[in-house]
Design a protein around this ligand. Structure first.
Ligand code: 3EB
Length: 322
């Protein structure tokens, strides 16, 4: 077993420039139009999901330095000895369709990962515009899945944990960012859910290639949790019922923690993000999270489309044991 340090993730109110002067800051993420725009420093990325609380914090990833950073082709990256943060943005206008754009992003990601000292993808976030546009096999999310799979064939079946969410700002630029490591993690599946890469044909020509979670190669447990929604087996549950979808989502999260090695319940060492399809559901989602989680757990609620039209909410996060 390996013993990488835990990645420390927090939601902070600091000024971006102050954060980027600190020598243990691997990455900073900003959310929505009021966040600082993406600039020259590859450690910072603004993503196209609007925060639903008043003033969104910045998400800060810290790991023991020294930290290097740079730009390699399409990839903006930063790294410690153990971890690498990478980000790619691909304008859809430069490609014939979303599948081709996604394949290009993932080919760059794969080549970068394979060629460097951090070849093991632990966790990937994907944000694309109009994710549910198109009917049946023509839905953009399904084309995204085809492109992702085509761009990552060399990775075999070592799939990272992932989230794929519709950008609420509608900007037709695919954003992909990730966490990779020097030594591999351990993928974790959820016994309540069919593994995504085994989804039946009705969910599209190319099944989604992600693990339900990834246990980091850390001395004490750190679990990178994929976007988790009200999916049981391969089917969505409770269409039209937000509260029931949240209950099912928390049942899935509980089952995942158990499957990852009987991990304890979420506490102050975890951080969670909830993606909400409809702005008007914010108050109800906030209240429901308050019922499922102790108040000290940092959480961020973002406006974004879930990749199945009937799903109203999805939760991801990082669970850590210190
Ligand atoms: C699901 O369980 C819901 O395509 O990367 C969740 C997390 C979902 C990641 C992805 C999709 C993805 O199938 C959707």
């Amino acid at each position: 077993m390996s013993d990488l340090p835990l990645l420390h993730v927090e939601y902070a109110r600091n000024d971006l420039a102050d954060l980027l002067r600190q020598d243990d800051v691997l990455a900073v993420l900003g959310f929505g139009r009021d966040a600082p725009p993406t600039g020259d420093d590859p450690r910072y990325l603004r993503v196209g999901l609007e925060p639903l609380q008043d003033r969104a914090p910045l998400e800060v990833w810290r790991a023991p330095g020294p930290i290097s950073h740079g730009v390699a082709g399409r990839v903006r990256w930063s790294s410690t000895n153990d971890y690498c943060f990478g980000a790619i943005e691909v304008a859809e206008a430069d490609f014939p369709d979303v599948a081709t754009a996604t394949e290009a992003a993932y080919s760059s990601l794969s080549a970068f990962a394979r060629g460097g000292r951090w070849p093991h993808l632990l966790r990937v976030w994907n944000y694309l515009a109009a994710i549910n546009e198109g009917a049946g096999d023509a839905e953009r999310y399904k084309h995204f899945c085809t492109g992702r799979s085509a761009g990552t064939r060399e990775l075999g079946t070592y799939f990272p944990a992932a989230s794929a969410i519709g950008r609420s700002d509608g900007v037709p630029v695919l954003q992909v960012y990730w966490l990779a490591s020097r030594v591999p993690g351990t993928a974790v599946e959820n016994p309540r859910q069919t593994s995504a890469w085994c989804y039946p044909r009705q969910f599209g020509p190319t099944p989604p290639t992600f693990a339900r979670a990834m246990r980091g190669p850390t001395a004490t447990p750190q679990l990178h949790i994929s976007g988790t929604a009200a999916v049981v087996g391969h089917d969505s549950q409770h269409t039209g019922d937000l509260q029931a979808q949240l209950r099912e989502t928390f049942a899935n999260l509980g089952s995942l923690l158990k499957s990852a090695g009987n991990l304890p319940a979420f506490d102050r060492n975890s951080v969670l993000k909830a993606y909400v399809r409809h702005r008007e559901d914010l108050t109800r989602v906030e209240a429901a999270l308050g019922g499922y989680l102790p108040p000290e757990i940092p959480r961020l609620i973002l406006l974004g489309d879930i990749c199945r039209e009937e799903l109203l909410v999805e939760i991801d996060g990082i669970h850590s044991v210190r």
